[in-house]
Design a binder for this molecule. Structure first.
Ligand SMILES: Nc1ncnc2c1ncn2[C@@H]1O[C@H](COP(=O)(O)OP(=O)(O)OP(=O)(O)O)[C@@H](O)[C@H]1O
Ligand SMILES: [Mg+2]
Length: 160
């Protein structure tokens, strides 16, 4: 487990996502955990900016996941799949629901970020990066990165 990083404002959350994107590549799975309103979507928006993908990244309300295509004009090279598994918790077999997402993009070719994915989406890849965001009483946030398998730990040492 890496040291926690303090994120005083939403702009810091966004910027952290942008910097994290610099070490992301196709096939990556990032699982975001943390309470309601922690800043998971805000972090994903930063990741999307760093990856140079198209479209507004919002909380998917009616869909479980959205694919954001890379925008070559913004230096984008890889698609971002943004999923929110919050409502899948009620499904009889939430993992099967994740597998059945008929996304027009594959995990191997994309960067996949799943909000509320802990315990549900780990099986999609051999390795993943777990990110926990916590909220302090003063409304600032703290983020902790937990590399699980693969070369995640090495890659995190190169985080800009
Ligand atoms: N570092 C920060 N300090 C203060 N506020 C922040 C910080 N990061 C994000 N926020 C704010 O927290 C609020 C909730 O953010 P966001 O929607 O990204 O949370 P979430 O974890 O995705 O929520 P949900 O659990 O509903 O999906 C937003 O208003 C956002 O601007
Ligand atoms: Mg969200």
């Amino acid at each position: 487990m890496s040291d926690a990083v303090r994120l005083p404002t939403p702009a810091d959350t966004y910027d952290f996502g942008r910097r994290l994107a610099q070490v992301l590549r196709p096939g990556d799975l990032v699982l975001l955990t943390g309470p309601l309103g922690a800043g998971k979507t805000a972090l994903t928006q930063g990741i999307g900016a760093g990856l140079g993908v198209r479209g507004d990244i919002t909380s998917p309300t009616f869909v479980i996941a959205r694919v954001h295509r890379p925008d070559p004009a913004r230096g984008g090279r890889v698609a971002l799949v943004h999923a929110d598994a919050y409502r899948l918790g009620d499904a009889a077999d939430p993992r099967a629901e994740i597998d059945d997402l008929d996304l027009d993009a594959s995990v191997d070719d994309s960067v996949t970020v799943v909000e509320w994915g802990e315990g549900l989406a780990e099986h999609l890849t051999d390795a993943h990066l777990r990110i926990r965001i916590d909220r302090h009483d003063d409304d600032t946030r703290e983020v902790e990165l937990d590399p699980v398998g693969g070369d995640w730990a090495d890659r995190l040492t190169t985080l800009p």
